[in-house]
Design a protein around this ligand. Structure first.
Ligand code: NAP
Ligand code: MG
Length: 399
């Protein structure tokens, strides 16, 4: 490896899996060149979260990172880890620094059939993780009165004033926003990701109803496509199209999969849970943060699997599924290989994924998958034995 991979360690059960994966599936096969950042909550507290910022800047510098799941502190974690501050979600911090978009893709195997029977290929959801209802200002309207939307420019001049509603009784009100710069970054990340994946890109909003707000999203996507991506897409034989969110949902359900669906913040939040559930399991969902200037951070979509960790601490060998975390590593190795033109690294990434598929297809799986698999004899194993089985298959492939 000529360029270091930025490695972001994490918390709880996924931290245990992280070490197993490195010891069994990486160190014996790769001369790993990594720049290590410990995002475990203990070290985040020690550095007052500076380590998270350093890690994000390292990804911006080198271009590719791989991240273990981390705890986002809440009140309970504050006392559990004796924190001096309620640190923000590391993912939120990294996303803000890289200005990226999150793409979530399921790992599909033959023996686990999606709930939607015509889905044959993975569906990737791209969520615009900025603004809208997540940064909205809202309050309860206590009594009769007038609600207005006002915009004042920096010179103090009132430019717009519109009545939202003349309340004749109590109610609720909300004001939300987005920024052209953020929508453009989102659009660019989506266009680049689809080019990279060689898959069609769909984008949906409700611009028939939201004629300024959602329309601006549509306008930015369509203009960028016409001006910068149309030729590249046509040359590759892939397609970009815009459609209404209701139409998109009907088409997604009838489709056979194999495309990228870009969604506004709320739609992406909701639809990604629907799509991941329909494909089978959160433990089989990978996630990659892509910045508009082509920096990549790979991770599993699930969290630190706290319930399993407490059982692990009591001495139990848990059957926690490491697939999404392994695929975060293979995704990062493949991308590093592509950027550095390192064929051996790409070959290793492919082999690692094949070894995982060979293991699952032979019926050896973690407990969470056993009740989902159909049409094959299955054996439920713990994480250690599952990773050992993958290692055996990997050795056979690379022999
Ligand atoms: P979670 O860690 O995703 O786990 C929720 C449940 O899903 C688990 O209890 C387990 O169900 C099942 N599950 C998830 N991943 C699995 C795997 N790999 N193998 C087998 N089963 C799996 O979500 P959470 O419990 O809500 O959150 C725990 C911590 O993770 C929180 O502190 C949260 O802040 C953090 N988190 C981090 C990220 C991230 O870093 N990207 C994302 C989400 C949450 P059973 O117990 O029924 O087996
Ligand atoms: Mg959600």
């Amino acid at each position: 490896m000529t360029t270091p991979l930025v490695e972001l360690d994490g918390d709880e059960m996924t931290r245990i899996l992280w070490k197993m994966i490195k010891d069994e599936l990486i160190f014996p096969f790769v001369d790993l060149n990594a720049e290590y950042y410990d995002l475990g909550l203990v070290y985040r507290e020690e550095t007052k979260d500076a380590v998270t910022y350093d890690a994000a800047n390292a990804i911006a510098k080198y271009g590719v990172g791989v991240k273990c799941a981390t705890i986002t502190p809440n009140e309970q974690r504050m006392s559990e880890y004796k924190l001096s501050e309620k640190y923000k979600s590391p993912n939120g911090t990294i996303r803000a620094i890289l200005d990226g978009t999150v793409f979530r893709t399921p790992i599909c195997i033959d023996s686990i059939k999606p709930v939607v029977k015509n889905w044959k290929k993975p569906i990737t959801i791209a969520r615009h993780a900025y603004g809208d209802v997540y940064k909205a200002t809202e309050f309860r309207v206590p009594e009769e009165g007038k609600a207005e939307l006002v915009f004042t420019d920096n010179n103090g001049k009132e430019r717009f004033r519109e009545t939202i509603y003349d309340f004749e009784c109590p109610g609720v009100i909300q004001g939300m926003y987005n920024k052209d710069s953020s929508i453009k970054s989102f659009a660019r990340s989506c266009f680049e990701y689809a080019l990279d994946a060689k898959e069609d890109l769909w984008f949906s909003t409700k611009d028939t109803i939201s004629k300024s707000y959602d329309h601006q999203f549509r306008e930015i996507f369509e203009t960028m496509y016409e001006e910068e991506y149309k030729e590249k897409y046509e040359a590759l034989g892939i397609e970009f199209f815009y459609t209404l969110i209701d139409d998109a949902i009907a088409r997604v359900i009838r489709s056979e999969g194999g495309f990228i669906w870009a969604c506004k913040n709320y739609d992406g939040d909701v639809m990604s849970d629907m799509v991941s559930t329909a494909f089978g399991s959160l433990a089989m969902m990978t996630s990659v943060l892509v910045s508009p200037d082509g920096k990549y951070e790979y991770e599993a979509a699930h969290g630190t699997v706290t319930r399993h960790y407490y059982r692990y601490l009591e001495g139990e060998d848990t059957s926690t599924n490491p697939m999404a975390t392994i695929f975060a590593w293979s995704g990062a190795f493949r991308k590093r290989g592509e950027l550095d033109n390192n064929q051996a690294l790409i070959k290793y990434a492919d082999a690692l994924e094949k070894a995982c598929f060979d293991t699952l297809n032979s019926g050896i799986m973690t407990k969470d998958l056993v009740h989902l698999a159909e049409g094959i004899e299955t054996t439920a194993v713990n994480s250690k034995d599952f990773i050992a089985a993958i290692r055996k298959n990997l050795e056979a492939i690379l022999a």
